[in-house]
Each structure stands twice: as structure tokens, then as C-alpha cells.
Design a protein around this ligand. Structure first.
Ligand SMILES: [Cu+2]
Length: 343
């Protein structure tokens, strides 16, 4: 008797699950499209996507793209914004592909969820006890069984093929690295080492509020609390950069959302990842492996600059890191002011 009751309750729960899930997916999809009108346009332009699906995406997009409400990010920084529901703007081709795959997957998730919801609603209404005093004893239907086996197989193939292509691409740098940087996670900061002729290494820790004035980092839009660091990792734009990642104490994770990279930093082991940043700017990420009490306070900041700026910075950073950083910051600020003035 008790078991029957439990069974009944479980049945009710299975009916209840898809509704909130559907809500999340539908609202999430709408928000993603609404918010990232610009990013979606890029994705539509660049995606390897069947023409019909592109057309559908465009229709879907236009339905929700009435306003772009989160367009207020700083022109030269990529960082999270409040109420963000989707990815940060991509700064590498890899991140663009990841974003494409995320959107592509939504085209399977949303219809499946709607289909399951409609089927459930249909069964609940049509086969309710009050109009079916004598229940049907149907237990097999060959056509339906073939459909519900072949359908998911096809869906899984459609997801697996681009997914494995993407995974392979992430582990296959398209060219040799021109710059190699080693990132070592510590509790709770990062060490960076440039593997150039004369090795340059320095520590990068969260920017303390009390140090803002001294570092010239008082603008909290550009140097946000909990994301800004004292010494950024500086890399040249459009340059294949290899990152060797390890740790000294516990497992950390080196992650930069705009670049589409995230790789564990494991003591005694060197992991490798790579990126090729396409636009100059200041990008923020965080340690992404729970690593102790100050896990939330070991941000990663990467400043992407022009080739010439990088060379100048690298040469002077070997002797005077704070001075080199200040010079670089002044130069970048000047550039941004000129850009903001519309020149
Ligand atoms: Cu960590």
C-alpha cells in the first residue's frame, strides 16, 4: 500500500520536472538571443551551419532582438557584466567555435523539451481515468519503438560529430607557438614565466583596494574589484601563444572565458593550452578549480597589446616590471581615449 502511494507520488514528480526545465530553456534561449544580438550576428556570419538552420536562427533572432540591453561593456576590456546569461564576447576563433556549438546545441534541446512537454500534456488529457474507464492494454508499437530509438541516435550523432571536431581543434594548435608562457598556480596567486631569451618571471596577485592609487588602477570599470591584478600577463595580439600550466601546492585551473581556454594546473605535471587573441584589450578570468579559502580571490588578467608594445614592454619589464607596466598602461589609455573620441 505504502509502495503504491510512493509510486503515485513519483509519477506526479515526473510530470512536474519538464515544466521548470522548459521554462529555464525557453527563457534562457530568449535571453541569450536578446542579449547577444551582435554576437549572434557574428556567429551566423561565421558558423558552419546549414543554410536552412541559418534562416531559422535569423528569424528566431529577429523575434527577440528588440533591444541590446547589455551593450555597455568597456570598449577595451572583456569582463563579466551584471545579469549576463551568456558567454563573454569571444576574442579568439576557438571561443567563437565554442559559442557556435553552444547555440547549435540549443536547437536540439529546445524542440526536444517542447515535444516531451506536449506529449505528456496530450497523454495526461486524452488518457485520463475519467474518460477511460477501461484502460487500453496496448504494450507494443513497432513503428514508435523504431522512431524513439533511431531519433535519439540521429540527435546524438548530430551533437557528437561537431563536439568531437571542436575537442580535436582545441588540442590541435593550427601553427607553431611564437610565444611560450608558463603559468603556475599558487595558493592564491599566479606566477608567470616568459620563456624568451632572457626569462622573465613575475607574480600576479589580486589588486588590493589600498594599492589602486599607487598602481594607477583607480578606474573600477577597467580594473574591477576581485578581477584586477597587480601585474597582468601581457601578450601580443594575433600571436600564437602557448601556455604551460602547472601548480605548486594544490590543483588550480587557468581559465580565460573570452579565449575559450580552461585547463587544470596540477602540481608535478605540466598541461598545455594555446590561444591566439584577435583583438587588443584587457581580459579577465579566474582560477576555476576549488583550491582553498581564497579560491575566489586569485583572478587572471591578460592584456593583449600590439606587437611593438609587447616588445617594448618585454625589454623593459626584465629590469623594471612596475615601470614597464605603467608605461604600457599610459600608452593603452592614450589609445583608448583617441578611439573613444572617434578618431
Ligand atoms: Cu586556485
Amino acid at each position: 500500500m505504502r509502495r503504491e502511494k510512493e509510486y503515485g507520488l513519483n509519477q506526479l514528480e515526473t510530470v512536474g520536472i519538464p515544466v521548470p526545465a522548459l521554462f529555464v530553456i525557453l527563457v534562457g534561449t530568449a535571453a541569450r538571443n536578446w542579449e547577444t544580438k551582435r554576437a549572434m550576428r557574428n556567429f551566423l556570419a561565421s558558423a558552419r551551419f546549414p543554410a536552412s538552420a541559418r534562416f531559422l536562427s535569423a528569424r528566431f533572432l529577429s523575434a527577440f532582438a528588440a533591444a541590446t540591453i547589455f551593450a555597455g561593456t568597456s570598449a577595451h576590456a572583456d569582463q563579466p557584466v551584471e545579469w549576463e546569461t551568456t558567454f563573454q564576447a569571444p576574442a579568439t576563433d576557438m571561443m567563437r567555435q565554442i559559442e557556435w556549438f553552444g547555440n547549435y546545441t540549443m536547437w536540439f534541446i529546445a524542440p526536444i523539451t517542447i515535444l516531451v512537454l506536449l506529449l505528456l500534456a496530450y497523454c495526461i488529457v486524452k488518457f485520463r481515468a475519467s474518460v477511460n474507464p477501461v484502460p487500453s492494454k496496448t504494450s507494443h508499437n513497432t513503428l514508435i519503438e523504431v522512431v524513439w530509438t533511431v531519433g535519439p541516435v540521429v540527435v546524438l550523432l548530430c551533437l557528437a560529430i561537431p563536439s568531437f571536431q571542436l575537442l580535436t581543434a582545441q588540442y590541435t594548435p593550427p601553427e607553431d607557438a611564437k610565444l611560450t608562457v608558463k603559468a603556475t598556480g599558487n595558493q592564491w596567486n599566479w606566477d608567470y614565466e616568459y620563456q624568451t631569451d632572457n626569462t622573465l618571471s613575475f607574480n600576479s596577485a589580486i589588486l588590493q583596494d589600498g594599492d589602486r592609487a599607487k598602481a594607477g588602477k583607480e578606474d573600477r570599470k577597467v580594473y574591477p574589484r576581485l578581477l584586477a591584478v597587480d601585474n597582468e600577463l601581457v601578450v601580443p595580439v594575433n600571436t600564437m601563444t602557448r601556455v604551460l600550466v602547472t601548480a605548486t601546492d594544490v590543483i588550480h585551473s587557468f581559465a580565460m572565458p573570452s579565449f575559450g581556454i580552461k585547463i587544470d594546473a596540477i602540481p608535478g605535471r605540466t598541461n598545455e593550452t594555446w590561444f591566439k587573441a584577435e583583438k587588443e584589450g584587457l581580459y579577465y578570468g579566474q582560477c576555476s578549480q576549488l583550491c582553498g579559502k581564497d579560491h575566489a580571490f586569485m583572478p587572471i588578467a591578460i592584456r593583449v597589446v600590439s606587437d611593438a608594445q609587447f616588445k617594448t614592454w618585454l625589454a623593459s619589464a626584465k629590469t623594471d616590471l612596475p615601470g614597464a607596466n605603467k608605461t604600457l598602461m599610459a600608452e593603452v589609455d592614450g589609445q583608448n581615449k583617441v578611439a573613444a573620441a572617434g578618431n
